[in-house]
Design a protein around this ligand. Structure first.
Ligand SMILES: CC(C)(COP(=O)(O)OP(=O)(O)OC[C@H]1O[C@@H](n2cnc3c(N)ncnc32)[C@H](O)[C@@H]1OP(=O)(O)O)[C@@H](O)C(=O)NCCC(=O)NCCS
Length: 199
């Protein structure tokens, strides 16, 4: 079958779902998250995720601008779902997880995760990812979820591999992080692999 086809009318993707796991709630972003983001984006370990250290401070100078950006991000936007990760117990802001670059024709999308420093290394990243993967391979009907991580980001690589992702290759100087080229690994997980792991 030729890959050059007339684009078919796409089904409307599901509305934005709130997701729950034993310890976490994945919810829509709210204007009151502005302060959380302001602090979060100052974390140098978040540079890979945001593309720069002090992302909001350097790119968006005022809290008003953060508020505007959050308002734009609320709910489902074509090609992209973003969830705030919070503790179900304390309702504390723990970070953000997203499913981006959604391509319904090719049934693919990309997982991105960033947790606040105190929440890392406790299995929250994997717990949030599993909720998003259930949604991606289930209601959204994707066949492939990819994830990229800098070659130097050992924790993120370990976490993706523990989730069943395979490293497919190296993308040379694929990102610019803090104005420097950064080489990344491309990882992917297929629906057939995920179903095998979860049944
Ligand atoms: C990458 C990232 C999302 C991974 O999330 P994470 O929660 O740290 O990773 P995991 O969910 O895979 O958890 C793994 C760790 O939790 C531990 N763990 C797993 N389940 C647990 C549980 N129920 N209770 C306590 N600890 C647990 C594991 O032993 C493992 O420890 P280790 O890292 O010392 O080996 C997170 O570290 C992060 O936000 N990093 C900064 C941003 C970033 O690099 N993003 C990705 C690239 S853009």
């Amino acid at each position: 079958m030729s890959r050059v086809e007339e684009p078919k009318e796409q089904e409307r993707p599901p509305e934005f779902p709130e997701l729950e796991t034993p310890r976490l709630r994945l919810r829509d972003i709210r204007p009151t998250d502005a302060e959380n983001f302001f602090e979060f984006s100052e974390d140098p370990e978040m540079a890979d995720y945001f593309g720069s250290s002090n992302h909001y401070k350097s790119e968006i100078a005022t809290r008003e601008r953060i508020k505007e950006r959050i308002e734009k991000q609320i709910g489902f936007k074509p090609g992209r779902y973003s969830w705030i990760v919070e503790s179900r117990e304390s309702e504390k802001f723990l970070g953000e997880v997203g499913l981006h670059s959604i391509d319904l024709k090719n049934q693919s999308g990309e997982l991105a995760r960033g947790l606040v420093a105190e929440a890392r290394g406790k299995g929250f990243g994997a717990e949030a990812a599993r909720a998003v993967l259930d949604f991606a391979f289930g209601a959204l009907g994707l066949n492939r979820v990819q994830a990229m991580t800098r070659t130097t980001n050992a924790r993120s690589q370990r976490s993706l591999e523990a989730l069943g992702f395979s490293r497919e290759g190296k993308l040379r100087q694929y990102w610019i992080v803090d104005d420097e080229p950064a080489t990344v690994y491309m990882y992917s997980l297929l629906r057939s692999e995920y179903e095998k792991e979860t049944t």
